[in-house]
Ligand binder design. Sequence first.
Ligand SMILES: Nc1ncnc2c1ncn2[C@@H]1O[C@H](COP(=O)(O)OP(=O)(O)OP(=O)(O)O)[C@@H](O)[C@H]1O
Length: 307
Amino acid sequence: MEELREEAAIRFNGIAKRKPNFKLGPITLEIPAGYITAIVGPNGSGKSTLFKMALDLEKPDDGTVTVLGHAVGRSDDAHMKQRIGYLPEEPSEHESKLKASEKARFNSFWYESWDVNRYQELLLTLQVNDNLALGKMSKGMRRKCDFAIALSHSPDLLLLDEPSSGLDPLAWKTMIELLHRYMEPGDRTILMTSHIVEEVKRLADYIVFMAQGRVLGVYEKDELFSSWFTFFVRGEGLAEHKIAGIPGQCGVDSIGGSTFRITTNRAFDAEQWCEAEGLQIVSRQALELDEIMSTLLLQDQRGKRKS
Ligand SMILES: Nc1ncnc2c1ncn2[C@@H]1O[C@H](COP(=O)(O)OP(=O)(O)OP(=O)(O)O)[C@@H](O)[C@H]1O
């Protein structure tokens, strides 16, 4: 797994959790401070479980979690929790009877840095009325309210579980803009999960791929998208065993004659190799995030079958 170079906002150190029919970890992972990291992976891969461990809402069976320099789960972590904003995947059932304004008022007592002007400004920007019981709101409306509340104490660390779930396209765009603005000071961190390719592409600096309770890889986004390519390669009498030796090869298909479609995660080296071997790259296409995810899953399954 690639090492993240920056100072960590969250450190998962050998964490493991066993649930009925599910095993998470052991995972060692650092979420860099000052960046947006997106965790992507199929349903049930353990993304929310990882989040809950960072928030002390679930205890790992093994390993430790450090958030903003503090060990999670100790009695003296109140100050650290003040510095976190959290948007859970599902709204909290026991808050449904509360008006959004009442939830905001409660939070204003708890968070020392709560900024009522900021809260009002966020409501205005997101076009929500907080004088309504949370349980009576539409899904998207409630999401926007919870989002405004999570941001109103200007946390240093923002944990967003499927932030755009239920939002209409306009609200989604507004949320993206608000998150970019939130990151402007330069020292804030977002850890988010998402199934939306466009959202990850627009927001993330780093991408963590997860599947079946394990981390498949951690990548810097721009590096990821400039490394993963599909090439159509042609060469006189080119045989499959030869093209299979292309650097970073993640898949080879013959598409007739002496032309092959290959997937590589080392596009630059692969291009140089083709040139040195006298092979022609007929066309090239950058892989989309979901295609990269499927390839990583396939490699992981093959690896597991071999071991
Ligand atoms: N309270 C629970 N009791 C037992 N198993 C649970 C519980 N909550 C989650 N699980 C199981 O833990 C696994 C991981 O769930 P988790 O919610 O962390 O996945 P996820 O990656 O966030 O999924 P999604 O993309 O669907 O939100 C799943 O197999 C799920 O069935």
